[in-house]
Write a protein that binds this ligand. Structure first.
Ligand SMILES: [Zn+2]
Length: 234
């Protein structure tokens, strides 16, 4: 299916569980959006404080390292803002507490498009990814758009907001294939900012190119990132 981003969309908000999730899934797309003058915001739900096999690293130190890496990756892509929610890595559940946090972000940043983990993908899935996907889906509709949900937000000056579309990455049934042939190098550059998580540039580049080429199968371009789009404004 052809690229179909309405020109009118200006604000894109990613909601992701761990530092590097946004880059592995969407950095080529994000680089393209930033290049086109769109405002991109990344909401980082945890700071990835359990993401190591090194037993000498303390979780708080690791979180600080990974936040710095995420900020650098975002800077390289041209992302306008990164927000850290500081939830516990590995401890996310799609409850009202997490949903309120995402609703708050939606009401503050007022995105046209929200990009997040596909929580409906079956099997082999990190529980944090599933939790963020479900909480974000439920935050977009109906919670953020109706004023009687978390009415205390109104007292803080946060108005309800209707998001036009959700784009799920990691979907089994993707229907949006974004051409990242021109932004693939920017994707690798951003991923390389996650020094504590990625290995050599060569093996990463090879692995990511293989995946992007696979996702572009049947398209008239070489490299893709893929999403399942759900339209919310009807
Ligand atoms: Zn993750």
């Amino acid at each position: 299916m052809a690229e179909s981003t309405p020109e009118a969309f200006q604000v894109y908000m990613l909601v992701v569980a761990h530092p590097d999730d946004s880059e592995f899934s969407s950095a080529g797309t994000v680089a393209g959006l930033c290049r086109d003058g769109k405002r991109v915001i990344i909401i980082q739900v945890t700071s990835g404080d359990r993401g190591t096999s090194d037993r000498s690293v303390r979780p708080d130190k690791l979180a600080a390292t990974r936040e710095a890496e995420q900020l650098e990756a975002a800077r390289r892509l041209g992302v306008a803002e990164v927000v850290f929610l500081h939830c516990k890595d590995g401890g996310l559940v799609p409850d009202l507490d997490l949903r309120e946090k995402v609703v708050r972000m939606i009401r503050i940043h007022r995105p046209d498009v929200v990009i997040t983990h596909d929580p409906f993908r079956p099997y082999a899935f990190h529980p944090d990814h599933r939790a963020v996907g479900f909480a974000t889906h439920d935050a977009v509709y109906p919670t953020a758009r109706d004023h009687l949900y978390f009415p205390e937000h109104l007292e803080e000056g946060l108005e309800p907001h209707k998001t036009a579309e959700i784009w799920y990455f990691g979907a089994e049934t993707a229907d949006k294939f974004v051409d990242i042939t021109d932004t693939f190098d920017a994707k690798i550059d951003a991923l390389m900012a996650h020094v504590s998580q990625v290995g050599s540039a060569e093996s990463l580049r090879e692995r990511m190119r293989e995946r992007a080429a696979e996702l572009a199968t049947g398209q008239d371009f070489e490299l893709a990132e893929a999403f399942k789009v759900v339209q919310m404004r009807r």
